[in-house]
Design a protein around this ligand. Structure first.
Ligand SMILES: [Zn+2]
Length: 252
């Protein structure tokens, strides 16, 4: 790349890496909490069909480079709004998944958590033949979304929590739900400790990531942004690069 990056000199960077496209497919928490069975059935029947795609999804070059970057003393912490779990799958340990991880399921009534794959096997057992009816070649759009004809999922069964019989959901923060305080406070602390922040591949339209850029700005820390297209924080960025993330990470 033609440009020499000044942030080579930053001793420790914090990374906000955000992509909220997965979250757009999720139901609103209050709908699920009201025990609207129809909403839950629609959610889990779609999730059941889509899961194999996410389960087998492999980290890309960006995930891998960020994971390797952990060994550098210039790296402090990674904060992501992604819910696909691919940073962890790539080997990242110093990471906060602000909106949770879709590779897990959780009970809404107790603390029980299990892997999404385990829950998938349970769904498969109580819905024999369901996947075979809908997963046919060419039926799954490239974004992984599946459009079930209305009402076709109405007899779909959802196992309850093995501990308390409660409602099982994805371990992802749904719309209307709150990000747990411990994650927010931990992320604030990491921004406080860092010497500068780097945001990758996000327009920062969602406040949960943007708030840490604001915090860094208030603390007079340099802010570096890599994103194709404008972001909410362009006006306060120390440097903004309209580049692909992989092009920039390779240079670092
Ligand atoms: Zn439970």
């Amino acid at each position: 790349m033609a440009q020499k990056f000044e942030y080579r000199t930053i001793e420790r960077c914090r990374v906000v890496h955000h992509n909220n496209t997965q979250a757009n497919l999720l139901p609103r928490l209050h709908e699920v909490k009201k025990l609207q069975t129809k909403v839950r059935i629609r959610y889990w029947s779609h999730s059941f069909l889509k899961w194999p795609r996410l389960y087998h999804a492999a980290p890309n070059i960006n995930h891998r480079m960020l994971a390797e970057w952990e060994t550098s003393d210039r790296f402090l912490w990674l904060i992501t709004q992604n819910v696909d779990g691919l940073h962890v799958k790539a080997g990242s340990n110093k990471v906060t998944e602000l909106h949770g991880n879709a590779r897990y399921g959780k009970c809404t009534d107790c603390d029980y958590t299990e892997s999404r794959q385990t829950f998938q096997e349970k769904l498969d057992r109580v819905n024999p033949g369901f996947a075979d009816r809908f997963v046919i070649p060419g039926y799954i759009p490239t974004d992984g979304n599946i459009h079930l004809p209305l009402e076709t999922e109405k007899n779909f069964n959802i196992p309850g929590c093995p501990c308390c019989g409660g409602i099982m959901l994805t371990a992802v923060t749904l719309f209307g739900d709150k990000i747990p305080n411990y994650k927010l406070e931990h992320s604030q602390q990491k921004v406080k400790e860092c010497d500068g922040i780097l945001t990758l591949g996000t327009s920062l339209e969602v406040y949960s990531g943007y708030q840490y850029v604001l915090q860094a700005n208030q603390q007079n820390k340099p802010i570096f942004i890599v994103n194709i297209g404008s972001t909410r924080a362009d006006g306060i960025a120390t440097m903004k690069l309209d580049y692909k993330i992989s092009d920039v990470l390779r240079e670092m």
